[in-house]
Design a protein around this ligand. Sequence first.
Ligand code: NAD
Ligand code: TYD
Length: 350
Amino acid sequence: MKTILITGGAGFIGSHVVRLFVNKYPDYQIVNLDKLTYAGNLNNLIDVENKPNYEFVKGDIVDGEFIQKLFTEKKFDGVIHLAAESHVDRSISNPTEFVFTNVIGTVNLLNAAKTIWKDNFEGKKFYHISTDEVYGSLGDEGMFTEETKYDPHSPYSASKASSDHFVRAYLDTFGVPTVISNCSNNYGSFQFPEKLIPLFIHNIKNNKPLPVYGKGENVRDWLWVVDHARAIDVIFHQGKVGETYNIGGFNEWTNIALIKLMCRKMDEKLGRQTGESEKLISYVKDRAGHDLRYAIDATKIKRELGWEPSLQFEEGIEKTIDWYLENTDWLENVTSGDYQKYYEQQYVKR
Ligand code: NAD
Ligand code: TYD
């Protein structure tokens, strides 16, 4: 029996990772540690909450003393660290929060792993989940590989880059057995509707304006969240200590092309005339420091670990739209309360 700590398991990607591990590994005890910020939601995990190999702990990774105690009590064999502040726009309005959670929180976990595992690192693994945004922005050509130099531009990506450096430093200095993966933009069920895809599905459905930053020419490389969770499983079990793996779906879209695709699909699903939802597109002031293009070269993970995406994008986006249209209770629950305040501050005052 192994005890595995998953941080941020009540969030978007974390909930898919928890679900996969709880169902696939009945002989692992999965401990989900989450502060339940605005982005954390236990409704994401209703289907696994009563499983005997699952436990939820509410707590803050910024509280170093609490983290040390938790590690002493649970004696984790492995850590999959996803807890983070994750939204670029929020990092522009409140950068400091990102330093606390993403940098100090990560260092607290590394300290606890180092202390509890002492020098006996046999069979242990500290797996840090990072983003392609640490590599900065591409022009029209090229892709991010594991060797691309870090060049973060937003407070979010700067905080993730910093945490990645600490993770590598703890391996080099103290021998903590770490591994890192950097993934491209994820989409799918249970994503908080502040990010592009769920926000726009929500707005199209409610006939609200679709705020496109700048000219909508920025490019993102989209991966289905379930495929990211599968990659995390493969890397946690087979990834080599000290290595970095890039994860992506070779699936680049300009924002405007993606938005028009969503509009067309939703016209069909909502019984609207073709072109009706596109009328909601509203070009707004560009995001500060907006990275032009992200694209992941995911050759290494395929070659070395045999992972590749299971789903084509057209099918994935279809499933995703259907999920948000069917799960109106989930969407209404997360878009009440503080969400309204956030939305007004972010968009209405422009
Ligand atoms: P999310 O914002 O949906 O979830 C983050 C979770 O972390 C929430 O449940 C939140 O409550 C929890 N959390 C935040 N601060 C905490 C704290 N101080 N202590 C404990 N828990 C805390 O984020 P996500 O999109 O699921 O991203 C998860 C991880 O994957 C992040 O590390 C992110 O940088 C990385 N990532 C995300 C994407 C993406 O497209 N969403 C792509 C690549 C990498
Ligand atoms: P987002 O989902 O915030 O992910 P990230 O910034 O981490 O890539 O945004 C995806 C793209 O969509 C990004 O280029 C910014 C753009 N965008 C808009 O044009 N309007 C919006 O309201 C949002 C949230 C994003």
